[in-house]
Write a protein that binds this ligand. Structure first.
Ligand code: SME
Length: 154
């Protein structure tokens, strides 16, 4: 199946499951689970939450995959770059990204999307890692931004 069709299908499932649910952790767990099941290449799928008790630091949230690092400063890695800039980061080859945090050496490419609440405050970043190179493009950016906006800005 084409990437677009998979996103359309999984988007509908995500909206169905999270409709009327406002608990952030429950929604993060459901989004991670459904996207991980939908795409074969997705190897680590989950959230790093902005820690309200620490200055510019992310702490691991709900995810699917192998063990992720627990904390990431805004100054480090692809997740940090997404949190700092507030912009989606697409990395075709993580080995070329200065400061990439290798939680698992199987990761070769990744996308990280900032997640906002309805007050437009950054609450987390959503990180998807792939074992293949060059997995992510503007189609992933479009759909992931759309899904995260609908689920967390309501
Ligand atoms: N890829 C991230 C680190 C987190 S994990 O790989 C689960 C980064 O460089 O920001």
């Amino acid at each position: 199946m084409q990437k677009e069709s998979i996103y359309k299908q999984v988007e509908a499932e995500i909206y169905h499951v999270t409709e009327g649910e406002n608990n952030i952790i429950a929604n993060m767990a459901s989004v991670s689970c459904l996207l991980n099941l939908a795409f074969e290449d997705f190897f680590w799928v989950g959230f790093y939450i902005v820690d309200p008790k620490k200055e510019r630091e992310l702490v691991v949230g709900p995810y699917q995959g192998t063990l992720g690092c627990l904390r990431i400063s805004f100054d480090r890695g692809v997740c940090g770059a997404a949190a700092q800039s507030g912009k989606t980061q697409i990395v075709a080859n993580v080995h070329d990204f200065p400061g990439h945090i290798a939680c698992d050496s199987q990761t070769n490419s990744e996308i990280v999307v900032p997640v906002y609440n309805k007050k437009n405050e950054l609450i987390a970043v959503f990180d998807v890692d792939s074992t293949k190179l060059c997995t992510f493009d503007d189609i992933d950016k479009f759909w992931l931004e759309k899904i995260l906006k609908t689920v967390f800005e309501k």
